[in-house]
Design a protein around this ligand. Structure first.
Ligand code: SDX
Length: 428
């Protein structure tokens, strides 16, 4: 393959370098496009064909259904690693040895106290507030309580801000859930593992001891690993572009939480459960919902299906589907929703509309079934997605800042009015 691309505009030829990545992906470097063509830019709504950055964190192959974090396959990490190990890998680039992992966890635990005044902000929310809106606000509020901007040129400062948010975020997640349930806010226990502590903060009842359930611990650990990063998805691109203005890490992550909330993105896991419930209530009439999903006049989409990058099975969905059976079986939960999901999946995988458009189940299709089986409320599903995605957001934000990338500021194609003179109101 040649190492340049040639673009001919108005009879003038322009050469642009072709860059090949470590997995043999090829990108055309158009950094000089506008200047050499005297103003021509590209147009690519949704950035379906546009790379925003070079990144060494996560590799996806949508055609082959491959997902790797720092070169390690998601299948191996989900089976052999734990979430804190994977967080360290994503953020610092290498799997930690036991000493590094222990120090990482200790430093995170030392940061797992949230200023009591944050509770006043939480109190101000109505119990009906959606947990993602609460979480985004509380995360942004952390900036007020930890105002020191991250000095990205200081390794120590960067490390401290990483362990600070990894320590405080799970507390905010648990508080967000307990606020809706009218339960006292819990701080968990420094003697526990990262995921054990999350579960205890979320589920401990004030009048009884909390008994850890290894099934829940393993299930949540695996789900958090599977959600930890996914290259330049909507919410990660949001974290990167907000951070590119040199806004702080907490503020950037707060913006990412808002982007993840949308039902086309992380909010899909909640929308999937609501859809499956509706189908069950409707007598399990999957054909009606398949028809709605294919009807261009109907805004309904089959939630949990389709993906911008995966045009094959989402490898995470495969792992979560197996885990759903295991976890519900181990918990002794017989959830008819799982059968509705499997019926819908089978139908969609045999339907020409879905097959032609390569619409497969994505990470959100089965995850909510496990969360529900674990006793997590439906409107908390996307909060759990955010908890998993946190290390990925941190890693991507850090990579962008450490590479001193320019502020993100896309161009546009103006299609509005040409110049016109102001008209006095009496003449309008
Ligand atoms: C996540 O990017 C990531 O990596 C995200 C994520 C991550 O880890 O960060 O993987 C997490 O967000 C997973 C996706 C969760 N969202 C959903 O499950 C919502 C339902 N899915 C869709 O809305 C849709 O598939 C998207 C948003 C996921 C992807 O949309 P694209 O890439 O913009 O594709 P498109 O809308 O252009 O669809 C192409 C065609 C269209 O039909 P035609 O115009 O060709 O006739 O497929 C159709 C769409 O109408 N289509 C669907 C569909 N998804 C796409 N039709 C019915 N049901 C669907 N779910």
């Amino acid at each position: 393959m040649s190492d340049t691309a040639i673009l001919e505009i108005n009879g003038e030829k322009h050469e642009f370098p072709l860059i090949t990545g470590t997995e043999n992906e090829v990108a055309m470097d158009i950094k000089t496009l506008r200047s050499v063509t005297k103003g021509v830019t590209t147009l690519d709504p949704g950035y379906k064909n546009t790379g925003s950055c070079e990144s060494a964190i996560t590799f996806l192959d949508g055609e082959k259904g491959i997902l790797r974090y720092r070169g390690y396959s998601i299948e191996e990490l989900a089976e052999k690693a734990d979430f804190l190990e994977v967080s360290y890998l994503l953020i610092f680039g290498e799997l930690p040895n036991s000493e590094q992992l222990e120090k990482f966890h200790t430093d995170i635990k030392d940061q797992s106290i949230v200023d009591d005044d944050v509770k006043k902000i939480l109190d101000a929310f109505p119990k009906t507030a959606h947990p993602m809106g609460v979480l985004s606000s509380l995360t942004s509020a952390l900036t007020a309580f930890n105002p020191s901007c991250v000095n990205v040129d200081s390794k120590e400062d960067m490390y401290n801000s990483v362990v600070r948010i990894l320590g405080k975020f799970p507390v905010l997640v648990a508080w967000t859930m307990r606020k809706k349930q009218g339960l006292p806010l819990d701080y968990g226990d420094k003697k526990l593992g990262y995921v054990e502590n999350v579960l205890k903060m979320m589920f401990k009842k004030p009048n009884e001891d909390y008994v850890q359930n290894p099934i829940l611990i393993n299930a949540l650990d695996k789900l958090l690993i599977l959600h930890a990063d996914h290259e330049q998805n909507c919410s990660t691109s949001t974290v990167r572009i907000v951070g590119s203005s040199h806004a702080g890490l907490f503020a950037s992550i707060s913006a990412g939480i808002s982007a993840l909330w949308g039902p086309l993105h992380g909010g899909a896991n909640q929308a999937v459960l609501e859809m499956l419930e509706a189908i069950k209530e409707d007598g399990g009439d999957t054909k009606k919902y398949m028809a709605k999903a294919k009807d261009k006049n109907d805004p309904f989409r089959l939630m949990g299906f389709g993906h911008r990058v995966y045009k094959n099975f989402d490898p995470r969905a495969k792992i979560i589907k197996v885990a759903a059976d295991e976890v519900l079986g181990d918990l002794g939960v017989d959830d008819p929703i799982l059968d509705v999901a499997k019926g819908l999946e089978k139908e969609a995988l045999e339907d020409k509309y879905f097959v032609d458009r390569k619409l497969y189940p994505n990470v959100d299709f089965y995850s909510g079934i496990i969360y529900r089986g674990m006793g997590i409320p439906t409107d908390m599903f996307t909060v759990m997605f955010a908890l998993g995605r946190l290390p990925g957001w941190i890693a991507q934000w850090s990579e962008m800042r450490l590479k001193k990338e320019p502020i993100g500021r896309p161009r546009q194609l103006y299609i509005g009015e040409n110049e016109r003179a102001y008209k006095n109101i009496k003449k309008r």
